[in-house]
Design a protein around this ligand. Structure first.
Ligand code: UDX
Ligand code: UDX
Length: 464
């Protein structure tokens, strides 16, 4: 089958960049990204590329080359689905908040709704691709939905056929374009060799054949969950050792370097920090925990659950250290938070450690000024509102590091944005109240830069 038109349901952090790169690399394909959120579609279509709904280095250039040429963002679900030969489902799959599996299992309502729409509007033969990260065996549910709805179509003598593939996305935010253009691997799971080959042919436009791995559906679904679990586990491992370093006088940077030079361990993903955030790690591990229990493997469930427990503990630990260093109280004290996104180079704050740490400080009555180069006031407000906590302090957003640090008793660095490195601490010390503290959770500050400034420095994972 010659694939000419692709549709992607979900214009989010995954769907938007992924489809932009496909459109860029395959000028003969027409790519339509649809979303139920009309405001989001309008933002994707905004002439001003600074107003794209997500910030991702390099994305604006790709959009300016492809949008209106062979890449279209629209709300026309029916038309886009009915014309497509291939449909990616890239909607969000948050952790369930109520009912069976609440707090662990993924809420698949949006995936199911998308499958029903595909079943209803598709024409002829359509390849349906799971792009969202999904629990193992979700493809079975999608197949069932497509089949059942199809029976109704057949009654009305409409002929439609589907094949379902899994093609999880491994991009990390902040480096999404590079990850998509030069992936470590592309994973495709499926049983129908023709459909698999149609999808392989799309990727072959820019990905070498040896990097495209084809597996069965369940291996593909599970590999995505397992990859995220392994990555998150590495962060919890290094963070656990960071606490150990502080207790013993070891230095986490030295330890990370020493262990990372062992080729079997490798030096990537060994940066200690305030814990992992982002939309995937916690959600996917909790999902793995839920599935392990479901399949009668409680020991496996407990093992992975501990990765999340340690991550929360790391955030709590940091807030308590701030409190303790400021003589046990932050009530009325001014604390600057540098960085609110869950990591540098993204405006995404989902599961950001900054949310929990700041709200704990607000509960203690702190006066917080937040500076982040990309996160908006509205986003922070929304994050605090979602988390119901007893705010005994106050917070505001500022537009510069300088404004954040004016009259501050402490500054807490939570995201490693480029602009936080190499600051003139002599100058910033003069703006702060004494005694002033710098709490560095991302190894942004060099101890030498602080020397002779009168500032106190606490660095995560640095024992004394
Ligand atoms: C992705 C993956 O799809 C998810 O499985 C993974 O675990 C996290 O990353 P992401 O692109 O980051 O999700 O989510 P989000 O930015 O929330 O985008 C999803 C989009 O789908 C939203 O714009 C939402 O409006 C849209 N949507 C949702 C639909 O168009 N239709 C629906 O029925 C539901
Ligand atoms: C992750 C996976 O990397 C990606 O493959 C998957 O598709 C989606 O989930 P993402 O959440 O965008 O991507 O970012 P990532 O770079 O993995 O960072 C996740 C969190 O871990 C961030 O909060 C980051 O600060 C933290 N982290 C990462 C560390 O604390 N230390 C590290 O060494 C690496």
């Amino acid at each position: 089958m010659k694939i000419q038109k692709i549709c992607c349901i979900g214009a989010g952090y995954v769907g938007g960049p992924t489809m932009s790169v496909i459109a860029d690399k395959c000028p003969d394909l027409e790519v339509r990204v649809v979303d139920i959120n009309k405001e989001r579609i309008a933002a994707w279509n905004d002439k001003d590329l600074n107003k794209l709904p997500i910030f991702e280095p390099g994305l604006d250039q790709i959009i300016s080359r492809t949008r209106g040429r062979n890449l279209f963002f629209s709300s026309e679900m029916e038309k886009s689905i009915s014309e497509a030969d291939m449909i990616f489902i890239s909607v969000n799959t948050p952790t369930k908040t109520k009912g069976l599996g609440a707090g662990q299992a993924s809420d698949l309502s949006w995936v199911e709704a998308s499958a029903r729409q595909v079943a209803k509007f598709a024409n002829g033969h359509t390849i349906v691709i799971e792009k969202s990260t999904l629990p193992v065996r979700t493809a079975q549910a999608i197949k069932e939905i497509l089949k059942t709805t199809n029976r109704e179509n057949q009654k009305n003598e409409i002929s439609k056929t589907f094949s379902v593939l899994s093609n999880p996305e491994f991009l990390a935010e902040g480096t999404a374009i590079n990850d998509l253009e030069q992936p470590d691997r592309v994973l495709i799971g499926g049983e129908d060799p023709d459909s698999v080959s149609d999808l392989v042919n799309i990727y072959l436009n820019w990905v070498p054949r040896e990097k495209i791995i084809c597996t069965n559906l369940w291996s593909s679904e599970l590999s995505k969950l397992a990859a995220n679990a392994f990555l998150a586990q590495r962060i919890s491992s290094i963070n656990s050792i960071s606490a150990f370093c502080e207790a013993t006088g070891a230095n986490i940077q030295e330890v990370a370097k020493a262990i990372g030079t062992d080729k079997r361990i490798g030096n990537k993903f060994l940066n200690p920090g305030p814990g992992f955030g982002g939309s995937c790690f916690k959600k996917d591990i909790l999902n793995l925990v839920y599935l392990s229990e479901y399949f009668g493997l409680p020991e496996v469930a407990n093992y992975w659950n501990q990765v999340v427990v340690l991550n929360t503990w790391q955030q709590d630990r940091i807030y308590k250290i701030v409190l303790q260093k400021l003589f046990g109280t932050v009530n009325g004290k001014r604390i600057a938070i540098l960085g609110f996104s869950f990591k540098a180079n993204t405006n995404d704050t989902r599961e950001s450690p900054a949310i929990r740490i700041s709200s704990d400080l607000l509960e203690e009555g702190a006066v917080i000024s937040i500076y982040d180069p990309k996160v908006s006031f509205e986003k922070v407000k929304e994050d605090f509102e979602k988390l119901s906590f007893d705010n005994h302090g106050s917070w505001h957003m500022v537009n510069s590091i300088e404004d954040a640090l004016k009259n501050a008793d402490a500054v807490l660095i939570l995201t490693a944005w480029e602009e936080f490195f190499g600051l003139d601490w002599n100058y910033f010390a003069s703006l702060m109240r004494t005694p002033a503290w710098v709490f560095d959770t991302r190894s942004v500050v060099n101890r030498e830069e602080i020397k002779n400034t009168g500032l106190n420095l606490w660095k995560l994972g640095e024992g004394s």
